[in-house]
Design a protein around this ligand. Structure first.
Ligand code: IPD
Ligand code: CA
Length: 269
């Protein structure tokens, strides 16, 4: 098998195990918040940490020389040219409240580019994955299906998902941008997990996604899944997607959303 195929297999198996652990070991009265980050509502639970530790242990047991970038501090260098980009729970607030839309996101980069990605949603029984050049797939108990984004959806018919940051200042600005977007689209969805939003786009469950402030671990796997499902994931004016801004949609819809967003100054806080 190719390197990317091997990395995908490991990403999928590890995300599945971490997802199962997160369901099985979630305390019935909710996980403990052990840390806050950018604001008092930007929380880390003991389960985020436990899942990241499990993921790193499992991958290191097979590939001891790989580097890691993990949301919960599991960042370490490596000498193999492969780096794992890990979000142990994307949608931590949903997990805290026992809402089902959260996921384990694991991406593998080789030579600086994401080549494999797995997004595991255990509460939905859905496993999304993609390998660069090999398409994107959704596996469920009833089988597997190739993913394809919706394309050329006119913006006023497009269902657009987005998210908001954790700081009050950032949110006030995001709310202003939203007032410019909402009248121009079918409707808005705020699901609470960036990688779930991206997989929903890949599966044709929404038509577009944009958000300011998402980090590499939030988007790495989901962006590959969207691209392999035929979508575009970029910033403004041809720049790469970044924490500044991520815009994602199928061809035709992407351009229209981009042109709606650009004059709204979505990069301001
Ligand atoms: C968050 C989720 C959310 C998005 C935030 C992210 P976390 O990640 O992806 O949908 O709006 O910007 O920080 O904190 O749950 O890992
Ligand atoms: Ca995240």
């Amino acid at each position: 098998m190719s390197l990317a195929g091997d990395l995908l297999e490991l990403a999928v198996a590890t995300a599945r195990e971490a997802g199962r652990m997160l369901v099985d070991k979630r305390p019935v009265d909710g996980p403990d918040v052990v840390q806050t980050k950018s604001s008092p509502t930007d929380v880390v639970t003991q389960m985020d940490r436990a899942a990241e530790q499990l993921i790193i242990e499992r991958i290191r047991a097979v590939r001891p020389d790989d580097a890691f970038l993990g949301e919960e501090g599991g960042t370490r260098p490596g000498g193999s040219g492969v780096r794992w980009v890990v979000d142990p729970i994307d949608g931590t607030v949903n997990y805290l409240y026992d809402l089902p839309d959260w996921a384990v996101s694991i991406a593998a980069e080789a030579g600086g580019a994401v080549v494999a990605g797995a997004v595991e949603m255990p509460r939905r029984g859905e496993s999304f994955s993609a390998v660069r050049g090999g398409g994107a797939v959704l596996h469920t108990a009833s089988g597997a299906r190739e993913l394809r984004v919706n394309s050329h959806v006119p913006l006023d018919r497009a269902l657009v998902s987005t998210g908001f940051g954790y700081s009050a200042g950032r949110r006030a600005r995001q709310a202003q941008v939203l007032t410019g977007v909402l009248p121009g689209v079918r409707d808005i969805r705020r699901g609470g997990s960036c990688c779930v939003d991206l997989c929903s786009l890949a599966a044709g469950r929404v038509d577009a996604y944009y958000e300011r402030g998402v980090q590499a671990w939030d988007i790495a796997a989901g962006a590959l899944i969207v691209q392999e499902a035929g979508g575009r994931v970029e910033g403004l004016h041809g720049t790469p997607a970044s924490p500044e801004l991520t815009v994602a949609a199928g061809p035709g819809t992407f351009e229209a959303l981009h042109d709606l967003l650009a004059p709204l100054d979505p990069l301001g806080d």
